[in-house]
Design a protein around this ligand. Structure first.
Ligand SMILES: [Ca+2]
Ligand SMILES: [Ca+2]
Ligand SMILES: [Ca+2]
Ligand SMILES: [Ca+2]
Length: 460
């Protein structure tokens, strides 16, 4: 068995937590539960099996060779105020009531619906709708997809002002009450008591200001755009339109509203007719920046949600998640897996992140050149059992695997356990591979230079 892998799994072991009920839970690879004395597969593609026999001894079994490695550890397990997972509870501060007097999005904010949980982050709590509205009673929607009634949503969607109630299109002169039943669910699947959300649709007051168009605003990251009556937001009022003002009372967390360059949080409905209101995005990596407005004519007050959708721009370079380096024997090869080397990219696809080895110490890019090979202590290579689509550059090894030395590879290669490092056997026992990461943008965003270290204990 490969020595590097053993060491790595020890790192993994540190991420186990012992729960009060005597179960060891893998903190990293949820939701697998490991019982003392039982064994478990860490992940489906992994060929190692970890068992916890009596005590804290650790056994690693290589599934292909059946070889067993035993390492004995004293693991101090401290049990602190142990108790089992608690179910989420609905917040008593939340009103659980939505007052609606407009035929546009009524925001569901955290003062209306909220839940908390001892173990689960607030944003990760899921609200499941267990008893939906009847036909003709309207629906709960996420402004990311406002025409699709919701069946479940995250609490973080509420925090981001994305959840709204869309009333039915029919108007009546009577107060109508609808209800929807929800439950809050934590990441362990524990469910709260039923939460009743009450919707009160009030009859329209003929003299109250009215939102007659609410199409929202769409723009790209970092852009600014005018909010116009024609395209985005239109207001009407029968008796005193000139008095109608709009005030920002929620949302708008990633940008600002301006009139002639000046930041504002209140403006007149007449400003939309001119139009002079502009929205400016702060260039952060956000996908929405919904605004909650209070609309008032001095006598009547209504709140509504104005959706602002931000199109992502790929302008941020990948960043490292793991870069542990590796330890292997002189002249040996070792898998570089995603717990040793992996990256993430906030605004593009992680799997497509490219790693490119650069020459050291000149920092000149040398893809495919012999420079890196000559000076290096070891090489990175791709290795796989399946026949490659194109055989070019691949060499079939005696053990039936295909191999190819590389100076560029992707996160996909790492995730699919194809990336290996081979020590070339010289009497140099430390190696540092300098690399940069870049994404797939037209002008790729390139990270600063990073180093992946490897150590080779000499034999004997
Ligand atoms: Ca819980
Ligand atoms: Ca009025
Ligand atoms: Ca971006
Ligand atoms: Ca990117």
């Amino acid at each position: 068995m490969d020595r590097v892998l053993i060491l790595l799994r020890i790192v993994c072991l540190l991420q186990f937590v012992l729960c009060c009920d005597g179960f060891l839970r893998v903190a990293k690879v949820s939701p697998i539960t490991v019982e003392m004395g039982r064994s478990v597969f860490l992940d489906p593609v992994h060929d190692l099996k970890i068992t916890f026999p009596e005590g804290a001894d650790l056994e690693l079994i290589d599934q292909s060779t059946r070889r067993i490695e035993r390492e004995y550890f004293q693991i101090i397990v401290r049990i602190m105020a142990a108790r089992s997972n608690q179910k989420p509870v609905a917040s008593f501060q939340a009103s659980h009531t939505v007052e609606v007097n407009q035929y546009t999005f009524a925001p569901i904010t955290s003062d209306i619906l909220a839940a908390s949980d001892t173990e689960t982050d607030e944003g990760e709590i899921i609200f499941n709708i267990t008893q939906a509205f009847q036909p003709g009673e309207g629906s709960l929607v996420n402004t990311d997809d406002p025409y699709q009634p919701l069946t479940a949503f995250y609490q973080r969607d509420i925090a981001q002002f994305k959840i709204a109630y869309r009333p039915p299109a029919t108007q009546t002169d009577e107060l109508r009450m609808f209800q929807v039943v929800l439950e809050a669910v934590d990441t362990e699947g524990a469910k709260s008591e039923q939460i009743l959300l009450l919707i009160m649709v009030k009859p329209t007051n003929n003299y109250a200001p009215l939102v007659t168009k609410n199409a929202g605003l769409s723009l790209f990251e970092g852009q600014s755009r005018a909010i116009t009556e024609e395209l985005n937001l239109a207001i009407a009022d029968k008796d005193n339109f000139n008095d109608v003002r709009l005030q920002v009372v929620g949302g708008l967390r990633h940008g600002e509203l301006r009139i002639m360059g000046h930041k504002i949080d209140t403006f007149m409905a007449t400003d939309l007719e001119i139009p002079v209101i502009t929205y400016h995005h702060d260039n952060s990596d956000t996908y929405s920046d919904n605004i909650i407005f209070r609309l008032s004519d001095g006598k009547h007050d209504v709140k509504f949600l104005f959706p602002v959708t931000i199109g992502a721009v790929d302008d941020t370079a990948p960043t490292l998640v793991y870069n542990t380096g590796l330890i292997l024997d002189e002249g040996e090869m070792a898998l570089v897996d995603q717990y040793m080397l992996s990256a993430t990219d906030i605004d593009s696809e992680d799997n497509k992140i490219q790693f490119k080895v650069i020459s050291f110490p000149n920092f000149q890019e040398n893809s495919g050149s012999a420079l890196f090979q000559e000076t290096s202590v070891g090489v990175l290579f791709l290795r796989m059992r399946n026949t490659p689509e194109s055989l070019e550059n691949w060499v079939l090894q005696e053990d039936g695997f295909y191999e190819q030395n590389v100076t560029q590879f992707s996160q996909f290669d790492i995730n699919n356990r194809r990336l290996y490092y081979r020590h070339l056997g010289g009497e140099v026992f430390n190696d540092e591979i300098a690399f940069v990461m870049f994404d797939q943008a037209d002008n790729p965003n390139v990270s600063p230079i990073k180093n992946f270290p490897s150590y080779h204990p000499s034999r004997g």
